[in-house]
Structures are given as structure tokens and as C-alpha cells.
Write a protein that binds this ligand. Sequence first.
Ligand code: CA2
Length: 147
Amino acid sequence: MTSLLILNGPNLNLLGTREPEIYGAATLADVEAACVAHGTAEGITVACIQSNHEGALVDAIHAAKGAHAGIILNAGAYTHTSIALHDAIAGTQIPTIELHLSNVHAREEFRHHSYIARVAVGVICGFGAAGYTLAIDAMLAHLGEAS
Ligand code: CA2
């Protein structure tokens, strides 16, 4: 069965606890449960990992090789800083969608640049928690496995 990995980076464990005007009211557990339920409805498996540590995110991308057909990655602030995450995606060649809850292009200048976008299949941002299920659908369409 097709499996996708939902990979969330630093501070996303705080979702739903602060800054709801930017990131919404849903907790990370809510978002992950919605992704798993959406995957079940689509006939696929969805696994979820969150880490605040750059190296742990690199390790998760490496471990996804052969285990998951694609990655939905909200790398949080590492999006704007991490050549290591860029290299992990490029090195494993796992189809990856870059995702953000907020519209990073409507925010501070430092959020406009992404090291991930260059190696991503595509980028989804600005749709809040709904972006995660949109990204699952987009990944399945990309993989040619939408039900
Ligand atoms: O919009 C997104 O999803 C971001 O990836 C979120 C990151 C930010 O650095 C990116 O530029 C855009 C920050 C995640 C912090 O999440 C929090 C959630 C609730 C309360 C505090 C932080």
C-alpha cells in the first residue's frame, strides 16, 4: 500500500497553543489525525513525524527512502536556512511537497526564500491546516495514485 510521510519541523508542536491568527486553532495532533483519516479515505497509509532538530529531520528523510512514496514537509523555519534538508531531499530523490500553514510570501522578507522549493515537486502555503490534506491529494496526483 502506498505510504506518505507527513514531516513537521521546529515549533510545529506548539500549533494550536499560540498565534492562532497566523497558524490556526488546530493542534498538531488534530492536523496529524486529519492526515491519517484522509489517507485512510484515499486507501493509503499516512505516517507522521515532528522534530525540533535539523539532524533528526535529515535522518527522517533518509529513513523514508523505500518506506514512503512521498513526503509532505513543513520544515518550519529550517525552510529558510537549511541546506542540509535541501541535500537530504536531493540525495534521496523522494518526491517532496513543501508546505506552510501561513502564506510565507505575505510575511517577513526572511520567509520569502526557501532552500526546499528548489528540490520540491511543488509548494503549498497559506491554506492553514487544510493545506496538509491538499498536499496529500497533490502528492497522490503527482504519483498517479489518486483514487
Ligand atoms: O507557515 C508555516 O507553516 C511555517 O512553516 C511555520 C514556521 C515559520 O518559521 C515558517 O516561516 C512558516 C513556524 C512554526 C511555528 O509554529 C508555531 C505555532 C504556534 C505557536 C508558535 C509557533
